[in-house]
Design a protein around this ligand. Structure first.
Ligand code: HEM
Length: 193
């Protein structure tokens, strides 16, 4: 894949938020532990459900640009059911007002699968049962192709002038902020004493 200016810009614009989530969410730990896994999976389901609502009106535009959005919510709900978890459907996010913002949101959802594969591999190596964790690696060996198709579609939408890069960056940051709000547990209140 040729280098992508918009991908580079997205990484610069959102790298701090990704690092904060990695440092504070304890995602891997909460998925390892069978006691905390259902609630963690429910948080991811909530996140992806909202991303799908944000992106939904732009599905045809994405398809025309060569990228097929594959919904994940049904499979994630099945993952959660396997774990006996509760789907606490949160509020549904409103649709992205611009195609560029929708691309930024999708960048976060699609990119999270690259990290998901790394987390899954770590659990597998340690012999941790993977029940209910299919959502971490939904595309398996096709992940790389799927990711490249997304980046190519995003890049050509920006290069064509149909999409403003600032919108893409806004969408990416908004999606990461939502991920932070949903996936990072609240900090305990420190006593003043
Ligand atoms: C503890 C939790 C996480 C870890 C350890 C982690 C780790 C990683 C790793 C290792 C990659 C690079 C994978 C590769 O290049 O093959 C990656 C990429 C990415 N992750 Fe995460 N991640 C975590 C959580 C998240 C979350 C919650 C989101 C968003 C919902 C997210 C969004 C992304 C994105 C957008 C990329 C693609 C970056 C790019 O290539 O431009 N990650 N993550």
């Amino acid at each position: 894949m040729k280098s992508s200016p918009v991908l580079h810009a997205l990484r610069l614009a959102t790298g701090d938020l990704h690092r904060e989530i990695e440092a504070e969410s304890r995602v891997e730990l909460r998925l390892r532990d069978s006691a905390t896994r259902p609630a963690m999976v429910a948080c991811f389901l909530d996140f992806h459900r909202r991303v799908e609502a944000v992106v939904e009106p732009w599905r045809d535009e994405l398809r025309d640009g060569g990228f097929e959005v594959r919904p994940r919510v049904r499979e994630m709900r099945e993952d959660l059911e396997r774990l006996g978890g509760v789907d606490e459907a949160g509020e549904v996010a409103s649709a992205a007002p611009t195609f560029g913002e929708a691309l930024g949101w999708l960048y976060v959802a699609e990119g999270s699968m690259l990290g998901g594969r790394v987390i899954r591999r770590g659990l597998l190596q340690d012999g941790v049962p993977l029940t209910g964790l299919g959502f971490l690696d939904p595309w398996g060996d096709a992940t790389g192709d799927h990711w490249r198709a997304f980046v190519t579609a995003m890049e050509s939408a920006c290069a064509s002038g149909r999409v403003r890069q600032t919108d893409v960056l806004k969408g990416g940051r908004d999606a990461f902020k939502l991920a932070f709000a949903l996936l990072v547990p609240p900090r305990p209140i420190e006593s003043a004493a």
